[in-house]
Design a protein around this ligand. Structure first.
Ligand code: MN
Length: 197
């Protein structure tokens, strides 16, 4: 069960090539021939990554990237654009639209697979960091004094509470006994002073 990759590509040969290549590397590839179905299919398939052709009839890959990145549910999915154009500024336009990666046609098999792997790893790292950030933000947003002091206060309370519980009735006596019995040096020092007068 590999990670899921939606492949949006109007050219039948390229679509088959990309899907075969991804499946050979253990990914679950889902082909989409018509760009007009891409957003709907992304919602249904919930891919870990989208491979997006740019030159397509009816709707361009650039438009689709923008649509996906404006969708609250889908915007976190990394997009790797694939384009035959090598014109100057193309990569910038694709990245401006929101694509995380870019590979030019004709593809190098090795670079294609490496780019897919890199984007999936980067997305996994982001996903791992996101819940931690959200958890850290929640208590702060409730605290009237957000910032480092929040962590200090919380830490101090955590340490004080168990000690306070331990010092219940009888707890103080136990602590004093331990202090008297523990150090052998204190008795030697106290001994002579007590006896001398
Ligand atoms: Mn195309």
């Amino acid at each position: 069960m590999g990670q899921k990759i939606l492949v949006v590509e109007d050219n039948e040969l390229n679509l088959k090539l990309f899907c075969d290549l991804l499946r050979a590397h253990g990914y679950a590839a889902e082909p989409v021939r018509d760009g007009r179905e891409a957003v709907e299919r992304a919602r249904a398939f919930a891919p870990d990554l989208v491979v997006m052709d740019i030159q397509m009839p009816h709707i361009s890959g650039l438009e689709l990237i923008e649509q996906l990145k404006q969708d609250a549910e889908l915007k976190a999915i990394p997009i790797m654009a694939v384009t035959a154009y090598a014109a100057k500024g193309d990569e910038e336009r694709i990245r401006d639209a929101g694509a995380e990666g870019y590979v030019s046609k004709p593809i190098s098999v090795l670079k294609f697979v490496e780019a897919v792997r890199g984007l999936l790893e980067a997305a996994a790292l982001r996903a791992a960091e996101a819940p931690a950030e959200a958890a850290a933000l929640e208590p702060e947003s409730l605290d009237p004094f957000p910032g480092p002091s929040t962590a200090c206060k919380a830490g101090a309370q955590d340490k004080l509470q168990p000690e306070a519980e331990g010092r219940g009735p009888g707890g103080a006596a136990e602590t004093e006994q331990e202090e008297e019995l523990d150090p052998g040096l204190r008795r030697d020092d106290a001994g002579p002073k007590d006896e001398t007068p």
